[in-house]
Design a protein around this ligand. Structure first.
Ligand SMILES: Cc1cc2nc3c(=O)[nH]c(=O)nc-3n(C[C@H](O)[C@H](O)[C@H](O)COP(=O)(O)O)c2cc1C
Length: 238
C-alpha cells in the first residue's frame, strides 16, 4: 500500500450508524481484530481485549441496554443551547435512535485492563484511567480503519457508565475490566453524506505556534455550531 492508498483509506473510513443485516465473513473479523492487536500502547502495555458478539439475542439485549442508558447524555444534551446539541436532541424528524447498530451482524467491544497502566511511568504521573483510555483509543481506531479496508462500515459507540453497568452482566465481564467502547460492524445501509475537517493550513504551524491561527473562544463556539450544522445535514441516515 502506498501513501495515497493509505490516505484514501483514512478518508473512506466513515462513521456508519445503520447497517444491513448481511453477515460479515469471519475472515474479515479476524483481520480487523488483528489490526487492533498491533496498535500502539504506552510501554507496550496492551490493555485491550476484544469481545466479539454475533448472537442475535445477545445483540438485541445490548441494543436494549443502550436504549435504557440514554438518560445521562440526553440530560446533558438538552441542557445545552440547541445549536450545540446532537441532531437527535433537536427534535428533527426522521432521526433514528443511536441503536441503528441493532442490525449490525457483528459487535466488537473494546475492553481494557487498568492494571496494565502500570507498564508505563505515566501511571504514576497522570490518571491511570487516562493511560488506559489513550491506549484503547488507538486500538479502536485501528479496528475502524481495518473495517474500512474490508469494505465494511463501523460505528464508534462510547460506553458511558450507565451503559457499561448494564452490559457487563450480559457479557460476563469481570469487575476490574472496563468496557471502553462498542464497535458495530457490517455493510452500510446508506451512503454517508460528506463530512468536514478543518483545513490543513488552519491546524498546522511551522516551527512555532502561529498566533494568527489562534482561535478566540467565540471562534471555537462558532466552529462547534458549524459542526452541528454539518451533522444535521448528515441525518437522516438514508
Ligand atoms: C472518542 C470518540 C467518541 C465517539 N463517540 C461516538 C458515539 O458514542 N456514537 C457515535 O455514533 N459516534 C461516535 N464517535 C464518532 C464521531 O462522531 C465521528 O468520528 C465524527 O463525527 C466524524 O465523522 P466520521 O467518523 O464519519 O469521519 C466518536 C468518535 C470518537 C473518536
Amino acid at each position: 500500500m502506498d501513501i495515497d492508498q493509505f490516505l484514501d483509506l483514512t478518508k473512506r473510513r466513515r462513521s456508519i450508524r445503520r447497517f444491513k443485516t448481511d453477515p460479515v465473513p469471519d475472515e474479515y473479523v479476524e483481520k480487523i481484530l488483528e489490526a487492533g492487536r498491533w496498535a500502539m500502547s504506552g510501554a507496550n502495555g496492551q490493555p485491550w481485549e476484544f469481545i466479539v458478539v454475533k448472537d442475535p439475542e445477545i445483540r438485541e439485549k445490548i441494543a436494549q441496554a443502550k436504549d435504557q442508558s440514554q438518560e445521562t447524555s440526553a440530560a446533558i444534551e438538552i441542557s445545552r443551547v440547541p445549536e450545540m446539541r446532537q441532531p437527535r436532541y433537536r427534535g428533527l424528524p426522521d432521526i433514528p435512535p443511536e441503536q441503528g447498530f441493532r442490525d449490525a451482524p457483528v459487535l466488537i467491544f473494546v475492553c481494557a485492563d487498568p492494571r496494565t497502566a502500570q507498564a508505563t511511568v505515566l501511571a504514576q504521573l497522570v490518571d491511570r484511567r487516562w493511560v488506559v483510555d489513550e491506549n484503547s483509543t488507538n486500538a479502536t481506531y485501528a479496528l475502524h480503519l481495518a473495517a474500512a479496508a474490508c469494505g465494511l462500515g463501523s460505528q464508534w459507540v462510547t460506553v458511558l457508565e450507565p451503559f457499561e453497568e448494564r452490559i457487563k452482566p450480559i457479557l460476563g465481564v469481570p469487575p476490574i475490566i472496563r468496557v471502553m467502547n462498542l464497535i458495530p460492524i457490517g455493510y452500510p445501509a446508506y451512503v454517508p453524506k460528506p463530512t468536514y475537517r478543518r483545513d490543513l493550513k488552519e491546524i498546522v504551524h511551522s516551527e512555532q505556534y502561529d498566533m494568527s491561527k489562534y482561535r478566540s473562544h467565540q471562534d471555537v463556539q462558532d466552529f462547534i455550531f458549524k459542526l452541528r450544522e454539518v451533522s444535521k445535514q448528515a441525518y437522516p441516515l438514508k
